[in-house]
Design a protein around this ligand. Sequence first.
Ligand code: FAE
Length: 545
Amino acid sequence: MTEKLTQHQLSRRRVVGMAALQAAAALGLTRVGLQSAHAVEPDAVDTSPALVVGSGYGAAVAALRLGQAGIRTVVLEMGRLWNTAGPDGKVFCSTREPDSRAMWFKTRTEAPLATFLWLDVVNRDIGPYPGVLDRVRYADMSVFLGRGVGGGSLVNGGMAVTPLRSYFAEQFPTVDTDEMYGTYFPRARAMLGVNTIDPAWFESTEWYRFSRVSRAHAQKAGLRTTFVPSVYDFGYMQREAAGTATKSALAGEVIYGNNHGKRSLDKTYLAAALGTGNVTIHTMERARGIRREKDGTYVVTVDRVDGTGAVVATKEYGCTYLFLGAGSVGTSELLVRARAKGTLPALNAGVGAGWGPNGNVMLGRANHLWDTVGANQSTMPVLGIDDWANTANPVFAEIAPLPTGLEHWVSLYLALTKNPERASFTYDAASDSARLGWSAAQSAVSVSMAKQLFDRINSANGTIYRYDLFGSPSKVFADDFTYHPLGGCVLGRATDDYGRVKGYSKLYVTDGSLVPGSIGVNPFVTITALAERTMARVLAEDTAP
Ligand code: FAE
C-alpha cells in the first residue's frame, strides 16, 4: 500500500518539509508539522495511528514511509530542533570553540580526544544545555550519541559505507542479501544523498594531505586502502576550498554539528516526511514508559523537558502502531525497563542482549618530521584501511582527521575490529535506567586486533604510537568509548526477521539495536537500509484495514 512517489514529488515534499522546519524554528515551536505554524496545539491530539520514538536513521525512515502511506504519525524526539542561529549567527558551535550547544546537559565538553601533548587543551567548561552531542557513560564503556531532530546524523562523520556482502550475510543469516543489495541499500543511499569525492581533487588538495600520508604508510606495510562515500556534499566542500562557500567541514565542524554541507536527516528523510503532511515532530519530549492496553493499543509516557533539563510536564500518547527508533541505547533502555516493570511482560530474553561497540578503537601514530599531515584538514573522512579480508585479524580502519589548524604530525584512526564479544543491558531500578554489562576485558580484544594492524604499519614506517591524546599518562588505544553502539534488540532474536518485536503485534524496532554488535563498517547506511526493508514489509502486511 506504499504510495509510489516520483523523485520530483519527493523533492517537492522535501522542500515543503524544510520550510516547515524553518518556520517552526523561527517561531520557537517544539512541534513541527505542515500545520505547525498555525494549528498543532500542544495538547490537542494525544492519539495517532502511528507513533515513532526518536528521529535518527531508523526513525526517519519509519516516519517518511508511514507519512507517504497516508498514516498520521507523531515523532517524539528528546532533543531540540537544530536550525535556529545562536548569538554568533551559527546554529552549531565548532569543535575548536565549543560552547553550551556542544553537549547534552554537561558542564564540560567530553571530546573523544581528551588531551594534546598531555595538556588539557581540548575540552572546555560549558553551561548545561540540551546540546547536540551526548556521551552516555556506563561502567567500562561510554557511548557518543547525537541528540536532536536527526539523531546521529547531526554529529557524525558522514561516512556512508555499505558493508561487505559476505559479512552482512554472516551477521544477518536470515536476510535475503539479493534483496538488500539490489533494493534496500541502493534506496537508502539515494535517499541519504550519498556521494563520492572527486579522486583528482582528493589527490591535489591540501585538505586531504593527512589521508594521503596515511595511505602511503599503509601501502608500505602491504595494506590496501579504499575510498568511502559520504553524505557530506563534496561539491560544496570544493567550493569551501575555493573560498566561494562558507567553510564547515573545512572549518573544523563535525562532532558538535555542521552548519553547512552535510545532508543530515532533517534535510533528507525527515524533511520529506514532514512534506507528506501526515507527520508531526514533537521535540524535547523523552519517552519513558510503554504499556499496552487491553484493546491492543500502546500508550507511551513522555517527559517534556525544558532548556534546563527540568521535566515541565508528563503526558501520554496513544497509538495503534509503535515504532522504536531511539537508537541502540534508547530503544534497549525503553524495552528493558518495560520488561522489568511488567508493562510489556512478554518481551523475550533477547531484549537488551547482543550489544557490541562495532569493535571501535581510536589511536594516533606519530609521524616523522618530514611526513607532515597538514595544518588544514577536512573533518570528513574519505579513506579507510581495509584489512577485513584478513581472517587472522579482520580490521577496517577509518583514516580520521585531527583538524587543529596547526601541523601536529599525528595520523589518527578509528579502527573497527571484528571483536566477537557481546554484552547486555539490564534494568537498574534505583536509577530507573539501563546498565550496560560491557567490561574492560572485552575492550582489550578490540585493542589487541587494532594493535596487530598498527604495529605492522609502525614497523614498516619506523614510526611509533602517540601517547598524549587520550587523557591518562600513556594511553595509546582509546577503547573505552564507541561511536557505533549496535544491538540490544537484535533482528531475528528479540524481533522477527523484519523488526517486529516478539511477543507483541504492531510494535517494531527500526534502529541500530537490530544490528548484532558489529557490521564491519560505519553503520548508518546499514541501519537505514534495514529500516527501509522493515517498512516495506510492515506497510504491505500489517497496516491493511
Ligand atoms: P540515532 O541516530 O542515535 O537516533 C536516535 C534518536 O532517538 C536520537 O535523536 C535521540 O535523541 C532519540 N532518543 C533516544 N532516546 C529517546 C527517548 N527515550 N525519547 C525520545 N527520543 C529519544 O539512532 N556512522 C556512520 O555510518 N558513519 C559515520 O561517519 C559515523 N560517524 C559518527 C561520529 C560520531 C561522533 C557519532 C556519535 C556517531 C557516528 N556514527 C557514524 C554512528 C551513527 O551516527 C549511528 O550509528 C546512527 O546515528 C544510529 O542510528 P539510529 O537510528 O540507531
